[in-house]
Design a protein around this ligand. Structure first.
Ligand SMILES: [Zn+2]
Length: 451
């Protein structure tokens, strides 16, 4: 395990990748290997305080036992947790793992080989920050997710949407002004998404994603900030187009999530059976009450809405129009978050952060929730057990259904972090992952150990 830890902490190089594959494959062959982590205080993903000091036994990819004075065979690896805090591995619910330098850079500056190499770096960056799971809500990630599951790439568990679905002129239409209807968009050529209009095209794209391992379907339901042809006020896709996507998702036992900012988009999507709203920053209190009543989850991006969009001049790749759109979103975000907390919505968080300046700040997206009044306990649940609840909505398409995620309990997947500090008292500790995260384990395998 120490060898693997050493490998993973280095930048990816040909030698490291080759060795990492060897380690990954060999560890798969001995999946019943045990590790005992002694002397830790546990935050289990839901409780309001830490447990007393306990031991945690990992066997293979799962937590086998939690208790005091656990006995193991002499040859089992024992890690002294030194009284530190064990928390579940973090879950980012709005990633675009292949677009970490921005959608247009991804479209124009790299071919798919280079994008794949860049994505391999992103995966390690996520794990380094304690994110052992990422829900990817749109990009060419289905093959990447498969490669992680097969041990060819080191990275978090991925719940991929595959390419997002956008109407002509919608949030993911990244074509040029002179494009004709029905053309192959650059975005489609790169596998980031599909431009689809009408029920047949929506069915085909949704089924194409699901056949290749998508765990849910993502549609663009309204205007966006980082796109050229869709003013923020627009509503995208008809009710019957949404219903078509929802029907396909239900037939596969999973759900649809949508990018939406304002009431008209959000309510139309909910009318059709959509279960998760991404962003929601311009929604009214009435709409938020409806979301609570009908069990619709909110996937919120605190850094982008509260920090970056407050100062869009800092986003170097935005045009003047994109900067103006960002400001209008910022204006609604604080109020929306307060209503969402007041009405106890099921809130999950995900960065949706692009650009090198944000690549190391996935946890800051959780930390920023304190600026709108969320308590550390609420924030920690958003990034662990609440996130796992939404991931569970993937039903039969869930690739990780043999243990629970987002919790520390017997039978859960062994995805965990040992923190030097207590995030329930000081949520900022998540941002100090480089020094404060002493141990990071994903699927029973040590990614980092500086104890
Ligand atoms: Zn996004």
């Amino acid at each position: 395990m120490n060898l693997k830890n050493t490998l993973l902490s280095k930048a990816i190089s040909k030698v490291v990748i080759t060795a990492a594959i060897a380690v990954s494959l060999s560890s798969a062959a001995f999946s019943a290997e045990q590790t005992l982590i002694k002397n830790v205080k546990i935050w289990d993903g839901t409780a309001s305080k830490l447990s007393k000091t306990q031991d945690v036994l990992i066997e293979g990819e799962l937590i086998k036992a939690i208790g005091t004075g656990l006995k193991v065979a002499a040859d089992v690896e024992v890690i002294d947790g030194q009284g530190k805090t064990m928390i579940p591995g973090l879950i980012d619910m709005h990633a675009h793992l292949c677009l970490q330098e921005g959608m247009l850079v991804g479209r124009d500056a790299y071919d798919q080989m280079a994008m794949g190499a860049r994505t391999a770096h992103s995966l390690v960056e996520y794990l380094d920050q304690g994110f052992t799971t990422a829900r990817d809500v749109g990009c060419n990630v289905l093959g990447i997710a498969k490669a992680v599951n097969n041990g060819l790439l080191i990275g978090p568990r991925i719940y991929p949407a595959g390419g997002f679905l956008s109407q002509t002129g919608g949030h993911a239409d990244t074509g040029s002004f002179n494009d004709m209807p029905g053309r192959i968009d650059d975005l489609e050529r790169h596998g980031f998404g599909y431009i689809v209009d009408g029920k047949t095209e929506i069915r085909r794209a949704a089924r194409q994603n699901l056949r290749s391992g998508a765990t849910h379907i993502k549609l663009m339901a309204g205007g966006g900030v980082a796109s050229e042809f869709d003013p923020i006020h627009t509503t995208q896709f008809s009710v019957e187009e949404f219903e078509t996507a929802v029907e396909v998702a239900k037939d596969y036992g999973t759900y649809v999530t949508v990018h939406a900012y304002h009431d008209r988009s959000v309510n139309r999507a909910i009318d059709a059976g959509v279960r998760v709203i991404e962003h929601n920053f311009l929604a009214s209190e009435k709409t938020i009450k409806r979301m609570k009543k009908e069990g619709v989850a909110l996937s919120a991006q605190a850094v982008m809405s509260l920090e970056a969009f407050a100062n869009p001049e800092s986003i170097t790749f935005f045009s003047a129009d994109q900067k103006a759109k960002a400001k209008s979103v910022n204006a609604g975000a604080t109020q929306m978050f307060k209503w969402a907390l007041k009405h106890d919505l099921l809130i999950v968080t995900g960065g949706d952060m692009f650009g090198p300046a944000y690549n190391g700040r996935q946890a800051d997206n959780m930390v920023w929730m304190k600026t709108v009044g969320a308590t550390p306990l609420q924030i920690m649940k958003m990034g662990t057990s609440s996130a796992a609840e939404v991931l569970g909505w993937s039903g039969g398409m869930n690739p990780y259904k043999y243990g629970a995620l987002g919790v520390i309990k017997k039978g859960a997947y062994a995805d965990l972090i040992l923190v030097d500090g207590n995030p329930l008292k000081n949520i900022n500790v998540l941002n100090e992952y480089k020094t404060k995260f002493k141990l990071i384990i994903k699927n029973g395998q040590v990614h980092k150990n500086t104890l």
